[in-house]
Design a binder for this molecule. Structure first.
Ligand code: NAP
Length: 288
């Protein structure tokens, strides 16, 4: 697809990914629990994403649980050589859909094996250890014990690269003393910019920053400024929000989530959007 040629790539460990990827969380059922309402549509979204040039897919075995990984496998296996599937561990799901921290050696090891089995892989490209001191936002606390277990699984050859998610700068520093960290996945978007300094710091160290909720998450971003810029550029607010992230820093990799083919197509156009200096200034004001 021509729009994709303009989207630069970034090196995630020894793998090269296009900066506009896809987040698979929306493919599970309501509340990221159970099967999707339309299984065939979920397969179609994944296949079109890859056909459009996406080679970076974010997932977790606790989406569903298991469901999202199984759909990825059904849609895309055997996987293309350039496809990088990034997963995350440290939680499990209760029977009621609740999110339960799962950070013991046994639970982390089980999670890596669950991902391998459900994705149909012999080795996981990137595994993010997700901070669970507070489920909703990063909170301080040592990550040494669980990260040491993940680093052991890496040495056993089950995991190629390690990243961190929902973490503070201090936890990233602690993590880098234990093993190489190739990416950080935290909550960030046009309206939620708490990680601005961290992004710049990681860019200087060639570590990828992968914002989750790039479109605002379950309640997508709503802003008059965003609407106004989108109207002037003859595009959609969501495409502008993604284009802004691509411009924000060259180490930002995007994983917008959608269960809709129409939204996927819309989001893919972000790579070709050019924002002027004055539009960037206007958009910067949204967070203030
Ligand atoms: N590490 C973590 O703790 C963590 C937490 C959350 C998410 N994640 C990862 O980050 C990825 C992205 O996050 P996310 O999917 O939760 O949030 P998101 O990408 O910010 O937004 C997804 C929401 O926006 C809607 N949407 C997508 N494209 C749209 C468009 N063009 N127009 C209007 N609405 C649109 C989706 O609904 P439709 O399905 O109707 O399009 C969905 O409700 C996830 O897939 C997951 O892989 C990680």
């Amino acid at each position: 697809m021509s729009t994709f040629n303009r989207s630069a790539t970034f090196k995630l460990g020894n793998r090269v990914v296009r900066r506009l990827g896809y987040g698979a969380m929306q493919l599970a059922g309501r509340g990221v629990f159970g099967p999707p309402k339309d299984h065939d549509a979920a397969l179609a979204v994944l296949r079109e994403a890859v056909a459009s040039g996406v080679n970076h897919i974010d997932t977790a075995d606790f989406y569903g649980p298991h469901v999202t990984n199984q759909i990825i496998r059904e849609a895309l296996a055997p996987y293309g050589d350039d496809l990088v599937i990034v997963t995350k561990i440290s939680a499990r799901r209760g029977a009621d859909g609740s999110w339960i921290p799962a950070l013991s050696r046994e639970e982390l090891t089980q999670a890596v094996h669950d991902n391998l089995r459900n994705l149909g892989l012999d080795v996981l490209d990137v595994v993010n250890l997700r901070g669970m001191f507070n489920v909703h936002h990063p909170a301080e606390g040592s990550i040494e014990a669980p990260l040491t277990v993940l680093a052991e699984l890496q040495r056993q050859g089950l995991v190629r690269h390690i990243g961190l998610s929902n973490v503070t700068p201090a936890q990233i520093e602690e993590g880098r003393r234990i093993c190489e960290i190739v990416c950080v996945q935290n909550y960030y978007n046009l309206a939620h910019r708490g990680d601005d300094a961290l992004i710049d710091d990681l860019a200087r160290q060639s570590i990828a920053y992968v914002p989750f909720f790039p479109l605002g998450g379950f309640t997508p971003l709503q802003s008059d400024t965003l609407n106004s810029v989108a109207t002037r550029l003859d595009t959609t607010p969501m495409a502008v929000a993604l284009a802004w992230l691509l411009r924000r820093s060259s180490n930002i990799l995007l994983i917008p989530g959608t269960s809709s083919l129409a939204h996927l197509r819309e989001n893919m156009t972000a790579a070709a959007l050019t924002l002027s200096a004055s539009e960037l200034r206007e958009l910067d004001e949204i967070a203030h």
